[in-house]
Design a protein around this ligand. Structure first.
Ligand code: NAD
Length: 248
């Protein structure tokens, strides 16, 4: 439905879950997808295989989003090869779940390094290339808990709320350059990140979800494709909530 032919997209954390589904959906819409991964090249290869199976094109781009030099180097390499980067999806994220009294400085440091700093490093590296073309789409994966809060997720929800601040600020900073910046706040989505929840916890989350089920990664990916498309050209600084009504 949405045509991304000729667009170059970078998806961080593309080796599994929402990132993988996003890579495939962007490629199906016609984008050439650079599948970022940190350590698991084999899983990223599988994403690339799924892209090709869907008739799309892409390649792997390994780097740790928390390492600013590695980010700059990889994005430069991609820019030198493709001449532009149109779409950045800041999807890479980690979730360390602890009640406040158990939170350690290390938990904060690690979460911030990937969820907040990583998104800023990637945006900074890509925005220079987008400004040259006066076109860009940055889509940040936040979370329902950024707005609703959730016991046991003080660090994670804070990092995802910070990402909304990043989104709103960059939207204002780069609107005049033809770059839109939006966030997606998924609810409870079936991925490796949520697979460790107990049956009771899952049932509780489903109960809080008016649509009465867990979401699929493809349902988040569809919102990414829309925000990346020309049809979303007048949307910036917004939060698209893909949460089955969990938070309204
Ligand atoms: P996931 O754990 O399955 O995948 C996360 C990916 O990020 C993995 O491929 C991982 O290797 C990668 N990653 C982590 N740290 C990285 C780093 N430093 N550099 C590069 N890559 C790194 O998670 P998911 O469920 O697919 O979630 C994707 C995004 O959506 C995350 O930002 C997550 O916080 C967010 N989210 C997920 C849910 C959910 O219910 N699954 C809900 C709300 C928000």
């Amino acid at each position: 439905m949405f045509d991304l032919a000729g667009k170059i997209a970078v998806v961080t954390g593309g080796s599994r879950g929402i990132g993988r589904a996003t890579c495939v959906a962007l490629a199906e819409a016609g984008a050439y997808v650079l599948v970022n991964y940190r350590a698991n090249a084999e899983a990223a290869e599988e994403t690339l295989r799924l892209i090709q199976e869907a008739g799309g094109q892409g390649e792997l781009l390994g780097f740790d989003v928390a390492d600013p030099e590695a980010v700059d180097q990889a994005i430069k390499q991609a820019y030198d090869k493709h001449g532009k980067i149109d779409i950045l999806v800041n999807n890479a994220g980690i979730s360390i779940n602890q009640l406040l009294l158990r939170v350690s400085p290390k938990d904060l440091e690690m979460t911030w390094a990937t969820n907040v700093n990583g998104a800023i490093f990637c945006a900074k590296a890509c925005i220079k290339t987008m400004m040259r073309k006066r076109f860009g789409r940055i889509i940040n994966l936040s979370s329902v808990v950024a707005e609703s809060g959730n016991p046991g997720q003080v660090v994670y929800s804070a990092s995802k709320a910070a990402l909304l601040g990043v989104t709103r600020t960059l939207a204002r900073e780069y609107a005049s350059r033809g770059i839109t910046v939006n966030a997606i706040a998924p609810g409870f989505i079936e991925t490796d990140m949520t697979s460790e929840l107990t049956e009771a916890a899952r049932a509780g989350l489903v109960e809080q979800t008016p649509l009465g089920r867990i979401g699929r990664p493809e349902e988040v990916a569809a919102a990414v494709v829309f925000l990346a498309s020309d049809e979303a050209s007048y949307i910036t600084g917004q939060v698209v909530r893909v949460n089955g009504g969990m938070h309204v």
